[in-house]
Every structure is written in C-alpha cells, then in structure tokens.
Write a new protein. Structure first.
Length: 184
C-alpha cells in the first residue's frame, strides 16, 4: 500500500504539510482563478456561473457570489441551488465546505475549515489540519459572522451578524454572539 499524499491527508482532515508542492500548485491555481473571478464584474450571470464552475467542486443553478471572493483552493466547495454569498466572503477550504440550497450569506463572512495544533511545539513544525463545514438549506448568515472548523449548521438556522460559531447549530435555531449561543 502506498503512502498517502499531503493532499489526501489534508482532505481527510489529518495533519499535513501545507508547503507540499502539489498543494502549492493547487493554491497558485486558485489565486489565478480568484484574480479572474474578482475582475469579472461586467460578465453576464451565466459567464460568472461558468467561472464558478471552473473552480468549485459543484455549483447549483442560480448560485451567485459577489466579488471579491477569496478561497484557499476552491475545489472543495459545494454550492446548492440559489445560494447567495455577498461581497468579501472568505472560504478556507482545506476540507470540504457544503452550502445548501437557498442559503444566503452576508458580506464579510468567513467560513474556515483550516486549523492548527494548539501545542506551540507542534505548531512550530508547520503542520496544519482541517475539519469540514456543512451549512444546511435555507440558512441565513449575517454579515461578518465567522464559522469555525468542523461546524454543522442545520436547515433553516439563522446566524446573527458578527457571530462566531464554534459549535453545531440545530435546524431552525438562532445563534448569536461571540461565541455564538442558540437563542429562543
């Protein structure tokens, strides 16, 4: 059995070396794609959708992302139908990010699968890891919210503006604050 590549480790949520040549090439390709996407303001909706489909794992019908938009790789992002991301969203997709149908995400939201060891000795080795994020259908995420690694947000949930989501949010719940807490 052959050894797993750094990319395979990354996608599995295991410790990996972000300086790996394959990952660096993927990151460079993502940077080049972002430059094209973020410069494409005058393009038609169909052309912008086609640009998204070039890089993202899958893009549902009617999905819209307003530039600027920033990713680590892009290829680990799944957008459902009718998804909307407002200006200046960041998705660090070292693991898979799934965003369900008709979810609306406000400006400046950060969705962060990337993580680092808590121990300073381990962190100094330069390794990273990640945990996937799943956002359900019909979710609303207010501007400036931050979704941390490994979080699942259930269908129909509402995340308040500026919330820092550190734990799973059940379907239909409202979560606000820092750290975000479910409110009635």
């Amino acid at each position: 059995m052959s050894a797993r590549t750094e990319k395979q480790k990354m996608l599995a949520g295991e410790a990996y070396d972000p300086g790996d040549a394959e990952l660096q090439a993927d990151h460079t390709a993502a940077k080049n794609w972002m430059a094209r996407f973020n410069a494409a303001f005058a393009e038609s909706p169909a052309e912008r959708h086609a640009l998204l489909s070039e890089r993202l794992e899958s893009v549902g019908r009617g999905a819209v992302i307003r530039a600027p938009f920033h990713v680590d790789y892009g290829s680990n992002i799944v957008l459902g139908e009718g998804v909307f991301l407002n200006f200046n969203c960041v998705i660090l997709d070292v693991c898979r990010v799934v965003i369900g149908d008709r979810t609306a995400i406000g400006p400046g939201v950060q969705i962060l699968t990337a993580d680092h060891p808590r121990d300073p000795v381990e962190r100094a080795k330069g390794i990273e890891f990640g945990r996937p994020i799943t956002i359900g259908k019909d979710v609303w995420i207010g501007g400036g919210a931050i979704i941390l690694p490994g979080v699942t947000i259930g269908d129909g949930a509402l995340i308040g503006a500026g919330a820092v989501v550190t734990k799973d949010v059940p379907p239909g719940a409202r979560a606000v604050g820092n750290p975000a807490r479910v409110r009635a």
